[in-house]
Structures are given as C-alpha cells and as structure tokens.
Design a protein around this ligand. Structure first.
Ligand code: NI
Length: 187
C-alpha cells in the first residue's frame, strides 16, 4: 500500500450530516475509511465503462436447470469465453433452481456484453454483474493469460459431480507451474 496523505475537504453542513449518517449506518470505522471505499468504488466503476480497462467482476446467475438446453448453453458460452471466465461456483438452490457465481476477468465492456448474453438466456431469472477491482495492464494481462486448455478434462456437470470446474482446475495447474526466469518481472 502506498503512503498515506492527509488532505482537508470542505463540505456543506447538511452534506456532512448525511455523510456521518452514512458512515454510522455502514458501520465504517472512520470517515476516512468510508471516503476511501467510496472513492475506490467510484474510480473502479469508471474503469468498468472505459473500453480498455481490465477488471475483475462477478456475475451471479439464478436459473432453472430444467429449461431445455439451458445448462448446455451456459456451459458452451463459458467455454467460448474461457479467457474471461476464470472460476465458477455452483449451488443447487432447490429442486428447480441453481445459483452460479462466475468470476470474470477482462475488459469492462466485454464483460458487460458477456453478462448480457448469459442473463438473456431463457430460464435465467437473475444476472447481476458486480465489479470487484481493476487489474493488470494490457501487457501484464497478456503474459498472465494462458492459452485455452485442450479439454484434457471431462466436462464437469455440476449436477453429477462435485469436482472443480474445468476453468478452475486449468487455472490452478497454470498458476502452480513456475514461470521461466526470463518472464519474471522484477519488483
Ligand atoms: Ni444446480
């Protein structure tokens, strides 16, 4: 974390009162902590709407798994975008509905379009895209992203097996292999 800098802010009394209520309601430790998070959220959201910015996001989907071909379509789209879908979590809510949380990494606008495609499928009731963080520069990302796996795995069907999704296991394999010394960047 970089060095802390103090600065003063002038606010109207009404606005400060509203802000202090916000700090209490949000159980922030201090005003500084609340301002830090607000600034961070606002700046991160801005980078989401900028085409070139690289971001991490989550997409929460709730869907009916009985819908014809929906599970196949969701899996196919995730494989087609395997560079962006870096992890997933699946929960069987009840006899009909599933909850799936996808962790996405890529350019903001690409992720928005992917989220629209997934939540637009028939049988998907909810699809909430949440921006988590801005990430690496384009060059760093190009070095970090691995080529798509050649499907050495059976497709993990979450309704039959509790195994890790292909994207997670491929990602773990990739992460745990040390990179050649020449590719390591100095701090
Ligand atoms: Ni399920």
């Amino acid at each position: 974390m970089s060095e802390l800098t103090r600065f003063s802010v002038s606010l109207e009394a009404d606005l400060l009162k509203a802000f202090d209520q916000y700090v209490r309601a949000g159980a922030f430790a201090t005003r500084s902590e609340a301002i830090r998070q607000l600034l961070h959220e606002s700046l991160t959201r801005k980078s989401f709407s900028t085409d070139g910015a690289l971001v991490l996001a989550t997409l929460t989907l709730v869907y009916e798994h009985h819908r014809s071909h929906l599970v196949e379509k969701l899996l196919m789209l995730q494989h087609e975008h395997c560079e962006q879908v870096i992890a997933s979590l699946h929960v069987h809510i009840d006899g009909d509905r599933c909850l799936e949380v996808l962790v996405l990494r890529g350019r903001g606008q690409e992720l928005v379009r992917l989220a629209e495609t997934l939540r637009g499928l028939k049988g998907v009731h909810r699809g909430e895209l949440t921006l988590a963080e801005t990430v690496l520069s384009p060059n760093e990302l190009a070095n970090a992203i691995h080529s798509p796996p050649e499907h050495p795995h059976p497709h993990a069907d979450p309704h039959r097996s509790a195994s890790l999704s292909p994207t997670i296991s491929a990602h773990r394999r990739q992460r745990h292999q040390p990179r050649p010394r020449s590719q390591r960047s100095s701090p």
